[in-house]
Write a protein of this length. Structure first.
Length: 268
């Protein structure tokens, strides 16, 4: 079987195109070959063509980058009370909260030098874990890093939505996006709805979380949870220890304590 090149060389079209010497490019002075064709002399300076292509590359790369960022941003649902949150605006009421604020500020400041380092913020509800987590995501996003802040329940909902045949997004696209992030912030791990199997253990959610943490190995992740390590391990059953192990790999964990800042004193 002849190659396309060989077939073309033997075709009637090849016989109609013959070398006709060379010309000097008026733009750069380089010589390029010209050919006699049914439409007259044809030829182009490859040097100039390459130069024009390179001019378009920044635009093409910017367009691709914008599309990627739009895709990332489509997954975020930031609660209204968090949108103005910054690390500086966090008001600690307990020594552990002071330490958490310092830890996040240091994490942001040294992010470029410490890529791959992760954080796990745990503690009871209402202590500002989500505030610090989102503030970190926002600060690094402003520095042009690819960052996604997402409630775990929302992310799982997006993944589940890909099982609809009419979904415009595939599960593979979501996981590729997760893997390509500079920072993934997973808020409220363990608060998602759990559907237990016959053995009383979560299956689908733990499978998805395992995959996410496997994809993020050696990459930075910030996690928040109301659970302790042992409680999470028990919640996710068979994969529980693997999930907590991946969460804490190359990560610093801090337990935030204090009173629920959302509750008003003597509210009832």
């Amino acid at each position: 079987m002849h190659s396309f090149k060989e077939q073309f060389a033997n075709s009637k079209w090849a016989k109609m195109i013959t070398p006709a010497g060379s010309r000097e490019c008026e733009s750069c002075g380089n010589e390029y070959k010209v050919y006699e064709t049914p439409k007259g002399l044809q030829g182009a300076c490859e040097t100039c063509l390459d130069r024009e292509l390179k001019k378009d590359l920044p635009f093409i790369e910017d367009l691709q980058e914008r599309r990627a960022l739009n895709f990332i941003e489509s997954f975020e649902r930031v609660p209204r009370e968090l949108k103005e949150a910054t690390v500086n605006s966090y008001q600690p009421k307990h020594e552990s909260q002071v330490e958490a604020k310092k830890l996040l500020a240091k994490f942001i400041q040294g992010f470029e030098e410490n890529k791959g380092i992760s954080l796990v913020l745990s503690g009871h509800p209402g202590l500002g874990k989500s505030h610090l987590a989102y503030a970190t995501a926002k600060a690094l996003k402003e520095r042009k890093y690819k960052v996604l802040y997402v409630k775990v329940s929302d992310l799982l909902e997006h993944v589940r939505g890909t099982y609809n045949p009419k979904s415009p997004v595939s599960e593979t696209q979501i996981f590729e996006m997760i893997q390509g992030l500079d920072l993934l912030v997973l808020d409220d791990i363990g608060a998602e709805y759990v559907k237990l199997n016959e053995s009383g253990q979560e299956t689908w959610v733990s499978d998805v979380l395992c995959k996410i943490f496997d994809l993020r190995l050696s990459q930075s992740t910030v996690c928040t949870t109301n659970y302790s390590e042992s409680e999470l391990a028990a919640k996710y059953g068979t994969h529980g220890n693997r999930i907590t192990s991946r969460m804490l790999e190359n990560a610093k964990g801090i337990r935030i304590e204090g009173q629920d800042q959302r509750k008003r004193k003597d509210a009832f």
